[in-house]
Design a protein around this ligand. Sequence first.
Ligand SMILES: [Zn+2]
Ligand SMILES: [Zn+2]
Length: 184
Amino acid sequence: MTPVYLWWIGAAGADHGVLDLVRADAEAAFSLPVGHWYGRERPDDAFDPKRQQHSSTRILRWLADRRPGHTDKIVGITDADLFIPILTFVYGEAQLGGAAAVVSTARLAGNGARSGDIVLATRLAKECIHELGHTFGLIHCHQRGCVMGRSVSLAQVDAKDNTLCPDCWTKYRELQQRQEVTHE
Ligand SMILES: [Zn+2]
Ligand SMILES: [Zn+2]
């Protein structure tokens, strides 16, 4: 059983080198098996013509409906530029304590990083781990360097580690244990 899947849902072809780095980092951050999902479907109702961007909330609903069986969490990774109504853009969004997260590469290139670049891969891994953290029930953290810190700029993404701080790790384990008990 794979509890977490990453699913490339972008318009361009997948960069498997980048996705593999994200997978390895996410496995290390949560100490859980993380796999790749290779569905060919793409969310086709998420584009907002007025904003010329994709609604991350609509993509989350789409992902939660298509979550492969025997999996707890699905992280959609896309090259579409994402928004929520109150913000110009978001790097990603997640269902807090839910099944689905989505992260975009669209705003992670720049400041020296191009697509396929290790810098972009590292940023993408951090944002995927951050959004996955939300699906496990973690909220934003103020510890310096913690991956659960809020990031609204590339400088803030680059300043974060790709791991949970000790407090978030403890909280994560508690939330996991509580879930195991509820499942029985
Ligand atoms: Zn967040
Ligand atoms: Zn933390």
